[in-house]
Design a protein around this ligand. Structure first.
Ligand code: GDP
Length: 137
């Protein structure tokens, strides 16, 4: 059993497809261990994406992630980290495989519908960024 962090980004939340994206997870044997909707502050987004702070797209990324509410979700299941990445599809939706979340719901590399932890180690860090112990069932 693994846990991983998913974020339904502002573009997908604004499009009213939160439920449709959650259905992709549940239909593929991932369970919702914790979930909440919130608005990231600029400081939150900068801290969360700290690994990207020197990348040319960092400002755009922070601006986008704070442009509206997001839904943060802890997904749980067998190989949850890799399974979630597979369901998400490539970072650039134009390169994402047919039937993936990004191919079906995302518009651009900025507005790409979802975030997913890229390793078990980062999943633990990202989960504790958003959730306290008593929220994790
Ligand atoms: P992910 O793990 O597939 O989300 O991709 P990364 O961790 O590499 O990047 C984090 C987020 O930064 C992506 O989901 C994109 O929203 C954004 N991003 C990554 N690469 C680019 C890029 O080349 N240009 C822009 N504008 N945004 C990018």
């Amino acid at each position: 059993m693994e846990q991983t962090l998913s974020i339904i980004k502002p573009d997908a939340a604004a499009k009213n497809v939160i439920g449709k994206i959650i259905d992709r997870f549940e239909s593929n044997n991932l369970r919702i261990a914790a979930l909440k909707k919130l608005q990231l502050s600029k400081e939150d987004a900068q801290k969360f994406y700290d690994v990207h702070k020197n990348r040319p797209f960092f400002r755009d990324l922070v601006q986008f992630m704070t442009s509206g509410p997001v839904v943060v979700i802890v997904l749980e299941g067998e190989n949850a980290v890799a399974k979630n990445r597979e369901l998400m599809g490539a970072t650039n939706p134009k390169e994402a495989k047919k039937g993936t979340i990004r191919a079906d719901f995302a518009e651009s590399i900025d507005a790409n519908a979802v975030h997913g932890s890229d390793s078990l180690e980062n999943a633990a860090i990202e989960i504790s960024f958003f959730f306290g112990k008593r929220e994790l069932i």
